[in-house]
Design a protein around this ligand. Structure first.
Ligand SMILES: O=c1[nH]c(=O)c2[nH]c(=O)[nH]c2[nH]1
Length: 322
């Protein structure tokens, strides 16, 4: 077996803030009132890695075809003003294709980016309180993200390993969650809970049946991260869940049900459930909690279209909705 050599280099944390990028328009879904990402500030934190004919840079110290990482940063930032895009996915894929077109020594570009979200601020305009439109603020924890590898091919480029996603959705549900019936042995200290608070940090990534639906600059079939976020919140709200594991399966099924253009969906969750300090407060249904101690638990899980098919068949048989 021949071991392929590791060889790539690039730049991380290339921040790009483009004002007045093209808005992303979306059709509504039942779980979300999201219809438009304004993109007044399109902010993205980009990582890029170039693969190619760079061995003599290392062995001979020959820099003649070495593209400085500083130039990579400039390339990404300047391209941000060279074409129109409304999604991170479309922007990154086009930049990767342009790297390949510009530099013949490059045969593969891995590029990823996370949104740097800026949201509206309301101000007084005359007698009304309205969105300013020009004053914005860093907003919410969750950030859309995308990651794509573009490879040089005989007739142009080929898209590989493309995923789209959202990270750091932070949600707490204060009742309607349980966790009991787990393995009890000499290591068990955790009490069983028929009703607990559940605080989760969730990252979700998805892939498309046809990559073009995700990366196309027109974004007609693009799945907005905001709608995925809203599905996660809705299912969390609705489901009397037995665990995070139970919850993410149902969120995954709902996402695939809603978006037929998706092939699968992958979760990475982190458990930040608050510790109970005061159980009973007189004349109140309230409780007092504090932050959980380290270490934190996590789950990783993917849901595929096969799972959805099975859930739909099972629900038809039992007459219960998936
Ligand atoms: O939803 C949960 N899943 C677990 O696997 C787990 N483990 C744990 O200690 N608490 C929880 N909660």
């Amino acid at each position: 077996m021949t071991n392929e050599r590791t060889m790539y280099y690039g730049k991380k944390d290339v921040f790009v803030y483009r004002t007045y990028a093209k808005p992303l328009i979306a059709e509504t879904i039942p779980e979300s009132n999201f219809t438009k990402r304004e993109n007044i500030i399109f902010g993205v934190d980009v990582q890029v890695a170039l693969h190619g004919d760079f061995l003599h840079n290392y062995i001979d110290g020959d820099n003649s075809n070495l593209v400085a990482t500083d130039s990579m940063k400039n390339f990404i930032q300047r391209q941000a003003g060279e074409f129109e895009y409304s999604t991170i996915d479309g922007f990154l894929t086009e930049v990767a294709k342009r790297f390949i077109a510009k530099y013949p020594q490059v045969d593969q570009v891995e590029i990823s980016g996370q949104e740097v979200p800026y949201g509206p601020v309301k101000v007084a305009k005359g007698n009304a309180i309205e969105e300013s439109g020009i004053v914005l603020r860093p907003s919410h924890t969750e950030r859309a993200r995308a990651s794509v590898t573009v490879k040089r091919a005989d007739n142009g480029t080929e898209i590989m390993n493309y995923t789209s996603g959202i990270q750091d959705i932070h949600l707490i549900k204060i009742t309607g969650n349980s966790f009991y019936g787990f393995v009890h042995d000499e290591y068990t200290q955790l009490p069983e809970e028929k009703d607990r608070n559940l605080f989760i940090y969730v990252d979700i990534d998805w892939t498309y049946n046809d990559v073009n639906d995700g990366i196309d600059l027109k974004a007609a079939n693009h799945v907005p991260a905001e709608q995925v976020r809203d599905i996660a919140a809705t299912v969390f709200h609705e489901l009397q869940n037995n665990s995070i594991q139970h919850l993410v399966y149902h969120i995954g099924i709902r996402i695939l049900e809603r978006f037929s253009q998706l092939k699968d969906v992958k979760f990475y969750t982190n458990n930040r459930t608050w510790l109970k300090v005061v159980e009973n407060i007189s004349n109140s249904e309230g409780k007092v909690y504090t932050e959980p101690p380290l270490p934190y638990g996590y789950q990783a899980f993917s849901v595929t279209r096969e799972d959805l098919d099975k859930a739909q068949t099972d629900s038809k048989q039992s007459g219960v909705h998936a």
